[in-house]
Ligand binder design. Structure first.
Ligand SMILES: Nc1nc2c(ncn2[C@@H]2O[C@H](COP(=O)(O)OP(=O)(O)OP(=O)(O)O)[C@@H](O)[C@H]2O)c(=O)[nH]1
Ligand SMILES: [Mg+2]
Length: 242
């Protein structure tokens, strides 16, 4: 068993997952795939690789990345990993960037893969996706007064010590808002964050799970948290601390 593990949530990623797992073999890291009963049998593709350092959590019906990640965090913490990374399965995140981020993992509570900073980049994304991502981070930054430059990205490294202090049950976001809520919650725990520039490449295989519902969830939750911040209501935030 390695000291580090990467959690990869999957829904219909049978075309991409094997290549990603092979690319991760250049790094000393274990892998946990959290699959929501993908109809394309992603889970079986992973199991058929027969790799000892790769586990699969068959998580049940499709319930969004939030629930999948929380199931993964719980297993990773129980198994005693020191660094717990998160990564998309669709080839958008690079093993080389993850390696760079792991080097910072012992010095910070959270290392955030950041597209929108010097040295970061986004390849093959249409303009409307770039605008949506910029707007999402800009809005959350403004409304929640958080200084980070990429709040919705999925490539991160969490130190297990800080995750142990977090009350996972209080994280309620399902879609990409989960990434914002994790930073909001860990800010409450006075976590130390490090932004590392990464390259993001639009998927070539499989289908995006981005939907209007996911965008609306993020907008509504962030707006609500913003109002709570304005009126100084922090009872909800305090639930994040164990
Ligand atoms: N287990 C699980 N994984 C999911 C779910 N929704 C998305 N994922 C996975 O979460 C990761 C990120 O989702 P993507 O589909 O890549 O995100 P996307 O919709 O492509 O978003 P963009 O890359 O921004 O277009 C991928 O590995 C997905 O397979 C879900 O409901 N359950
Ligand atoms: Mg993607």
């Amino acid at each position: 068993m390695q000291n580090s593990v990467v959690l990869i949530p999957t829904y219909n990623e049978a075309d991409s997952i094997a290549d990603l797992i092979h690319s991760l073999m250049k790094i000393e890291i274990d892998v946990i795939v959290i699959d929501d009963n993908s109809p394309d049998r992603t889970s079986k593709v992973v199991k058929d690789l027969g790799l000892d350092h790769v586990r699969v959590i068959d998580h049940g019906d499709k319930n969004g990345i939030g629930a999948a990640y929380i199931a993964g965090f719980q297993v990773a913490l129980e198994l005693g990993y020191k660094l717990i990374a998160t990564m998309d399965a669709d080839g958008s995140h690079l093993a080389t960037d993850l390696k760079k981020m792991l080097c910072e993992g012992d010095s910070y509570d959270v290392v955030m893969g950041t597209r929108w900073m010097s040295g970061g980049s986004v390849l093959n994304w249409p303009l409307h996706r770039k605008l949506l991502s910029h707007f999402g981070t800009w809005y959350a930054k403004k409304v929640l007064a958080m200084p980070y430059r990429d709040l919705t990205g999925g490539l991160r490294v969490y130190n297990a010590q800080v995750l142990k202090k977090l009350n996972m049950k209080s994280i309620r976001s399902n879609g990409y808002c989960f990434q914002i809520e994790m930073i909001r919650a860990l800010s409450e725990l006075n976590a130390e964050f490090k932004e590392v520039p990464i390259q993001f490449i639009e998927r070539e295989l499989g289908k995006s799970k981005m939907s209007k519902k996911i965008v609306i969830e993020a907008f509504v939750r962030v707006t609500l948290w913003g109002f709570q911040r304005l009126v100084g209501y922090n009872a909800d935030k305090l639930h994040y601390v164990k």
